[in-house]
Design a protein around this ligand. Structure first.
Ligand SMILES: C[S@@+](CC[C@H](N)C(=O)[O-])C[C@H]1O[C@@H](n2cnc3c(N)ncnc32)[C@H](O)[C@@H]1O
Length: 279
């Protein structure tokens, strides 16, 4: 199971090209918007992360864990906007390695701390964090019951989980693959709203807010697809220096189109959920 997930993110990953193209295009170091095409690996891009950061700011946590931190876009924004130390955990070791190199290029302060590990077996003692964030990562995890029970264990008594995730929509049987998080249904673990709520509650959390971000996610994906098409039509000169294709390979075009189709047909939804530990 985890091998499939790491294969998905590793098999087309071109780390050296990502770093070289960023260095050439931004000799003084890329800012967070310039890194966004590669380090915001979720629907909604940097705008969605900024929205999530408002929520994190309101919670005023002391210690935060980002599970499935990918290339660290959210972590660097948190460090910058909230002056808060956040630890990232990701199962795909090469992504952690590039995440570190991106922080060095961006001169991130503080440099985010990273651990390679599996969310099903969190390598932390009990009561370690007061906020855990999932941004498009629970969707790769087959055993959400185990993951959420691990979260409960390592959270303080008043701790919270904050999820920005993709769920099944009412027409989920129409879902098209590949999508950016999975090349086929094998490594995609989307749940219905009812299923996710029940998993969260059974793990000992109370849901505070449940927000549907699908419409803005769809508008964002449409704008991205238009920009990608314009860049393609007008040739090499207007191509951005880096793109998610350097992580996910040439199939990324099809993945983006399928995200748009899946949101448009309501096969998938994008949501934000905040839940607090109880009992
Ligand atoms: C779609 S990417 C999202 C990355 C990042 N959160 C973002 O929004 O840019 C999903 C990430 O979850 C990680 N992941 C998947 N399964 C995991 C697991 N069991 N434990 C830890 N990380 C996992 C993947 O390696 C990948 O980096």
């Amino acid at each position: 199971m985890p091998a499939l997930v790491t294969d998905h993110y590793e098999q087309k990953l071109d780390a050296d090209t990502i770093i070289r193209q960023l260095q050439e295009a931004y000799p003084n170091g890329p800012n967070q918007f310039q890194l966004a095409p590669v380090d915001q690996l979720h629907i909604g891009g940097i705008k969605a992360s900024l929205k999530l950061i408002e929520r994190i700011g309101e919670l005023k946590p002391n210690s935060v864990l980002d599970i499935g931190s990918g290339l660290g876009g959210l972590m660097r924004l948190v460090g910058d906007k909230l002056d808060l130390q956040i630890i990232g955990l990701d199962i795909t070791h090469p992504l952690n390695h590039i995440n570190q190199r991106l922080s060095a290029l961006n001169d991130a302060n503080p440099i985010p701390a990273l651990i390679t590990g599996d969310a099903h077996h969190l390598p932390f003692p009990d009561n370690q964090f007061d906020l855990i964030v999932f941004q498009h990562s629970l969707l790769n995890m087959p055993d959400a019951t185990l993951v959420l029970s691990e979260c409960k264990r390592i959270l303080s008594a008043e701790g919270s989980i904050l999820l920005h995730e993709v769920l099944e929509g009412p027409n989920h049987s129409n879902i098209k693959y590949p999508v950016p998080w999975a090349r086929s249904a094998d490594s995609s673990h989307l749940r219905s709203q009812q299923e996710l709520e029940s998993l969260i509650q059974s793990a000992g959390f109370k849901i505070d807010t449940f927000s549907d971000w699908s419409q803005e996610a769809l508008s964002w994906r449409k704008r991205q697809s238009e920009k990608e098409q314009q860049a393609k039509d007008s040739g090499q000169a207007t191509q951005p220096p880096v793109s998610p294709a350097l992580i996910l390979g040439p199939e990324f075009g099809q993945m983006g189109a399928n995200v748009m189709r899946n949101l448009g047909s309501e096969a998938a939804r994008v949501v934000e959920v905040l839940a607090r530990s109880i009992g």
